[in-house]
Ligand binder design. Structure first.
Ligand code: ADE
Length: 254
């Protein structure tokens, strides 16, 4: 997948993309992320990307011409008709469902909004989607664009190593995570649940699913309402928390 990020702060965006899983995914060409400096598409001496608003008032407005030139350039270069996404607090709230949908696309252009906003014609003539990452106002669209890029990158096949692969199960991601523990087995009197030490793989899976279902239902009833329970889930959620069996684990892998 190719993701183009159009921004007036290319260094900020680029530096955030050079760590950990995203860095590795880029190095392995699992995702082609390009950071595009909007100023490269200006034509004046001062490389102007914003101007004062018609009608007066404070703040600056992002100009349409450099944005239009940048988008035209990227479209021609890639020979695709990508979705063009503007980051804006008025946009549709970004969620995992949208992440899955966009992650399956060939090419996406993210346009980082700034200042008081963009010229309304960018919205009406150029972009296909407007996305918000939450009900709060940030100083610019760079962090939202990075949030979207991160969520799409980790969904690219092979982006998460084998260890992280179970977390990639799209079905499991519509629920909240189950509790995780690592060594030590006891810390200041707080022990790791016996189930996780018992070695019964199938039982552990059941325990984790039980916690995912319960935690989602109590913490995020909105997510839970949208989640389609399997027959097994329905049985599991009405049962008590699964307890560790007292016998030895099976020797064969389950
Ligand atoms: N720009 C400023 N705040 C934003 C937000 N919450 N989501 C997307 N873009 C933004």
């Amino acid at each position: 997948m190719r993701i183009d990020i159009i921004t007036v702060l290319p260094d900020m965006v680029e530096s955030a993309l050079n760590h950990s899983i995203i860095k590795r995914a880029r190095e392995r060409s699992l995702v082609d992320i390009r950071v595009i400096d909007l100023r490269n598409f200006t034509e004046d001496r001062h490389r102007t990307t914003d101007d004062t608003p018609y009608g007066g008032g404070g703040g600056m407005v992002m100009k349409i011409e450099p944005i239009d030139r940048a988008i035209k350039h990227l479209r021609a270069e890639s020979n695709t008709s990508p979705r063009i996404v503007l980051t804006d607090p008025r946009g549709k709230q970004f969620d995992q469902r949208t992440a899955r949908q966009w992650a399956a696309e060939q090419h996406l252009i993210l346009l980082c909004g700034h200042y008081e906003g963009v010229d309304e014609r960018v919205r009406t003539q150029l972009v296909t989607d407007e996305v918000s990452i939450g009900d709060y106002v940030l100083t610019g669209g760079e962090l939202p664009a990075l949030v979207v890029t991160d969520a799409l990158t980790r969904l690219q096949p092979g982006a998460l190593g084998d260890e992280e692969a179970p977390a990639k199960d799209s079905f499991a991601e519509d629920l909240l995570e189950y509790p995780h523990y690592t060594r030590p087995a006891e810390y200041q009197g707080a022990s790791v649940p016996e189930m996780l030490l018992c070695g019964h793989h199938a039982k552990i899976q059941e325990w984790r699913r039980w916690h995912q279902l319960h935690s989602t239902r109590s913490r995020r009833p909105d997510l839970f309402a949208k989640f389609e329970l399997t027959a097994r889930d329905r049985k599991l959620i009405d049962s008590e928390e699964p307890k560790a069996p007292q016998d030895k684990p099976p020797t064969s892998t389950e």
